[in-house]
Design a protein around this ligand. Structure first.
Ligand code: SAM
Ligand code: SF4
Ligand code: SF4
Length: 340
């Protein structure tokens, strides 16, 4: 078989999202219920060596060029620095990044950088302490801001900030978040709220759309679509902010990712490994392929690579959330193990 992850629509998956834990120290309302989830048992989680082996297979046998660690909260994984270091030694060397809520990054950013981490995305939806407490059900805004500053100081640049806007909670902060990010040299991306919460509380009618986000930003900023070769007729996802420059002197940009209203599944290049060793071909997949059992039963690298290829071959055309009758698959109860 070809040494790539390809599907029947001709898409190649080169971007691997690895969830390192389903646990989290926040309880963002759009992601987890207040009481948390029924966490995976330790023996069901891949251990560090198992994670490293599967990433090695993805990079050396399946053409993966980018590895992003996520969760749950990946900074809660004790072996994170060692996993990053081992992945940084792979040949070819993949791009290594981390999506985190930033809590604990102040302590670990330097070590992660030294281990070979290239970039971080820190999730931050509000700059107001009370709103942060309402949204995440924890009083940790200060830790996140410290984490962001440490990431910047450690050279994990460009530091990206991911924000989700929730109607009636933080949508009035859209322009403030952009102003603040520009002032700090962080690159901000707004992401439409997706039906990913374990509580199944997502409501399409309540969701703040990309169009609305652009309107909110337009009240203070002049935005121009960033010209990008190759996106064809696809709507712009990144916008240049007139009159503002980024830390390297290039025009400042803001991302508005319309995952719901303008999904870009036709160009999807992602494959996912859950914390318990399952391959998911899409964020909204209703089935998974169990690599952990095969791995623990003694399958060799090529057999695991074959299972992975077969899993991706069957990927559907899209996640289906743009369909008005979309219903959230039950299995999404463990979304945080999938890694957003
Ligand atoms: N805990 C880390 C964090 O928050 O960055 C990593 C895991 S989290 C599941 C990954 C990303 O998914 C975060 O940026 C988060 O804002 C986003 N996310 C979670 N639930 C979401 C939802 N319902 N819609 C859109 N994005 C969501
Ligand atoms: Fe935790 Fe990230 Fe989910 Fe928030 S979005 S509850 S930080 S996993
Ligand atoms: Fe890819 Fe699925 Fe997301 Fe579409 S919904 S971009 S197919 S992961």
């Amino acid at each position: 078989m070809e040494p790539v992850l390809i599907d029947t629509f001709g898409r190649r998956a080169v971007d691997l999202r690895v969830s390192l834990t389903d646990r989290c120290n926040l309880r963002c309302s759009y992601c987890m219920p207040e009481e948390g989830l029924s966490w995976l048992a330790k023996q069901d989680l891949l251990d560090d060596q198992e994670v490293i082996r599967l990433v090695r297979i993805a990079v050396t046998r399946l053409g993966v060029t980018e590895v992003r660690f996520t969760g749950g909260e990946p900074l809660l994984r004790p072996g994170l620095v060692g996993i990053v270091a081992a992945c940084a030694e792979l040949d070819p060397r993949p791009e290594l990044s981390l999506t985190t809520n930033g809590i604990g990054l102040a302590r670990t950013a330097g070590a992660l950088r030294a281990a070979g981490l290239d970039r971080v995305n820190v999730s931050l939806d509000t700059l107001d302490r009370e709103t942060f407490r309402t949204l995440t059900r924890r009083d940790r805004l200060h830790d996140v801001l410290e984490g962001l500053a440490a990431a910047e100081a450690a050279g994990l640049r460009p530091v990206k900030v991911n924000a989700v806007l929730i109607r009636g909670v933080n949508q009035h902060e859209a322009a403030d978040l952009l102003e603040w990010s520009l002032d700090h040299g962080y690159e901000l991306r707004f992401i439409e709220q997706m039906p990913l919460d374990a509580q199944h509380g997502w409501d399409r009618g309540q969701m703040i759309t990309a169009e609305e986000i652009l309107h909110l930003l337009g009240e203070r900023f002049e935005l121009h679509p960033e010209p990008v070769a190759g996106r064809g007729a696809a709507p712009a996802e990144h916008w240049l902010v007139a009159g503002r420059t980024g830390p390297d002197g290039s025009p400042a940009r803001v991302g508005v990712i319309a995952s719901v209203t303008r999904p870009f599944c036709r160009a999807c290049d992602r494959t996912r490994l859950t914390a318990d060793g399952q391959i998911r071909d899409c964020l909204f997949a209703v089935t998974e392929t169990d690599l952990r059992t095969a791995l623990r039963s003694g399958a060799d690298d090529e057999a695991l690579a074959d299972l992975w290829r077969t899993a991706m071959w069957g990927k559907r055309a899209g996640g289906g959330i743009d369909a008005p009758d979309f219903t959230q698959p039950e299995r999404l109860d463990i979304t945080v193990a999938i890694g957003g």
